[in-house]
Design a protein around this ligand. Sequence first.
Ligand SMILES: NC(=O)c1ccc[n+]([C@@H]2O[C@H](COP(=O)([O-])OP(=O)(O)OC[C@H]3O[C@@H](n4cnc5c(N)ncnc54)[C@H](O)[C@@H]3O)[C@@H](O)[C@H]2O)c1
Length: 240
Amino acid sequence: MCEHAVVTGGASGIGAAVVARLLERGVRVTVLDLAEPADDGEQLRHASLDVTDTEAVEAAMAQAREAFGPVTRLVTSHGIRGAYVPALELDAAQMNRVLGVHVVGTLLVANAMARQVRDAGATGAVVTISSTTAYGGWVNQADYGVAKAAVSQLTQNLAIEWAPLGIRVNSVAPGHTLTPMVQQMIDQGYDVSATKARTPLGRLATPDEMAGAIEHLLMDATFTTGVCVPVDGGWTSVGK
Ligand SMILES: NC(=O)c1ccc[n+]([C@@H]2O[C@H](COP(=O)([O-])OP(=O)(O)OC[C@H]3O[C@@H](n4cnc5c(N)ncnc54)[C@H](O)[C@@H]3O)[C@@H](O)[C@H]2O)c1
C-alpha cells in the first residue's frame, strides 16, 4: 500500500522540507496549513485550516482519506512564535493562543490520524515538533517553551497509548533553523551570533537537515517510539 502522510505547517519552513523529502520517496502527501493552498498534484494535496478548529481538522482529515486512503504518517510542523516578553507581561489570551496552536492543535490532528490507522487495521507513525526551549528555563519564553515542553510530554503519552495500535510517536527538538519564522526574528533585530557561538557545530540548521531527522523517525526508525531527539548542532550537550 502506498503510504499517505499529512504534514501540518507543510506550506513553509521545516514542514515544506519534510514534504519535499516524502514526495521524493513516493509517499502521498496532504498539507494542512493556515496558508492559502498551493496547486495540487497527483501525489500532493493541500487544505487550508486552523489546527485548533476541531471540526475543520475532522473534515480535512476525512477529505484526505477520501483522496489518498488512510493517513498512516503524520508530521505536526505547524507553529507560531511566542510573544517573547517576560512572564510578568503574559496574559491568559496569549498563553492560551500559544498552548492552543502547539499542544491542542497537535493532539487534534494526531487523534484524527490515529483513528484512521485503527479503523484501517494499518500501522503508522507520528513525528511532533518540540524545541530546545523545552529543555530548561529561557528568559522571555514562558509561553513558547512551556508549549514545546508539553508537546514533548504529549509525544510520550501518545507513544505509550498507541503502541498497541501499531503507531510510533516521536518528536524532534530543533535548534535554531533558518526558516521564515527565524528569518522574521532576525529581520526584527534578533541577534543569532550568540546562538551560533554557543552551538558546537557553529551555525544554524537548514530546514532540510531538520527534515532528514524527521524523515528517519517517521519512515525508518521502526523500533523507536516515545523519544524526543534534539537536532541542535550539539546545543543541549554543552555543559556549563
Ligand atoms: N525554525 C526554528 O528555529 C525552530 C526551532 C524550534 C522549533 N521550531 C518549530 O518547528 C515548527 C516549524 O517551524 P518553522 O520554523 O518551519 O516555521 P514556519 O513559520 O516557516 O512554518 C510554520 C507553518 O505553520 C503554519 N501554521 C501556524 N499556525 C497554524 C495553525 N493554527 N494551523 C495550521 N497551520 C498553522 C504556518 O502557516 C506556517 O506555514 C514549529 O512548530 C516551530 O515552533 C522551529
